[in-house]
Design a protein around this ligand. Structure first.
Ligand code: IPE
Ligand code: IPE
Ligand code: MG
Length: 245
């Protein structure tokens, strides 16, 4: 079965999962963290090379203060656990987003894990934290504008590769498959540039209920899809023959 090289997931529905049970939203988020560990293990077992998880958006800062604090607490606890485990697990950790908005304590653990897992390469796990696709594009634009203003970059030399290289995801291939849980069918500011040709699978399951079976269903759907990248089916067939498939 054809598996994606890069899987990205919008982990949505923690709040509704808790509400359905008359529990505080925090309990849903806590369950959600447990699912992260399962999905990472499953991706490692399947040989998926890149997994990117949308954990906290730029817009999520606007939630009630108690919820933001609870999410930061869970993130801190998750990272503390992973600090001990990840270096041994062949997983490299990366983070994308406006990381300087995160609490100092979280940033320092994050830096520590990123440094200590830099040599691992079975699975690259990228956490999108304080991430928004528009914000990322604005920051990349500023980076390039500074280069131009300093006389180091010719505006005519700015092409797609140069812009992609100024994004937080520089060096990470574009996602092939993007899964969103919770039944919502929107992108919510995730990987706007990078998802240009991603396949989307929307699942009607709340993130705390997400299981290996749901992942396999999405992967099966992905394997059945025909990706065209703007070309005709016969062009793609010819291309595959040339590549010896
Ligand atoms: C996703 O679950 C987690 C975050 C956005 C941090 P939600 O908290 O958005 O859950 P719902 O969508 O309200 O159910
Ligand atoms: C997207 O979910 C962000 C994350 C899963 C981290 P949201 O719950 O914030 O998105 P909307 O508000 O439903 O679009
Ligand atoms: Mg939500």
């Amino acid at each position: 079965m054809r598996i994606p090289e890069h899987l990205a997931i919008i982990m949505d529905g923690n709040g509704r999962w808790a509400q359905k049970r008359h529990l505080p939203r925090l309990i849903g988020h806590r369950k959600g963290v447990e699912r992260v560990q399962d999905v990472v293990d499953e991706c490692l077992a399947l040989g998926i090379r890149h997994l990117t998880l949308y954990a906290f958006s730029s817009e999520n800062w606007g939630r009630p203060r108690e919820e933001v604090e609870a999410l930061m607490g869970l993130l801190g606890a998750y990272l503390q656990r992973e600090l001990k485990r990840l270096p041994m697990r062949r997983i490299r950790l990366l983070a994308i987003g406006e990381l300087d908005r995160l609490p100092e304590k979280i940033r320092s653990v994050l830096d520590e894990i990123i440094a200590s897992t830099a040599g691992n390469n079975d699975l690259v796990l990228t956490l999108a934290l304080s991430y928004g696709g528009r914000n990322e594009l604005v920051r990349a634009t500023r980076t390039l504008a500074r280069e131009v203003a300093a006389g180091r970059l010719d505006p005519e030399a700015i092409d797609e590769a140069r812009l992609a290289g100024a994004l937080d995801t520089a060096g990470i291939p574009d996602p092939d498959l993007l899964i969103r849980t919770s039944g919502e069918t929107r992108i919510s500011n995730f990987l706007l540039w990078q998802a240009a040709y991603a396949e989307f699978v929307f699942l009607d399951v709340l993130w705390p209920d997400f299981s290996a079976a749901h992942l396999h269903r999405a992967l099966g759907e992905f394997a059945r899809r025909e990706r065209r990248f703007g070309l005709t089916a016969s062009q793609l067939d010819a291309g595959e023959e040339e590549a010896g498939h």
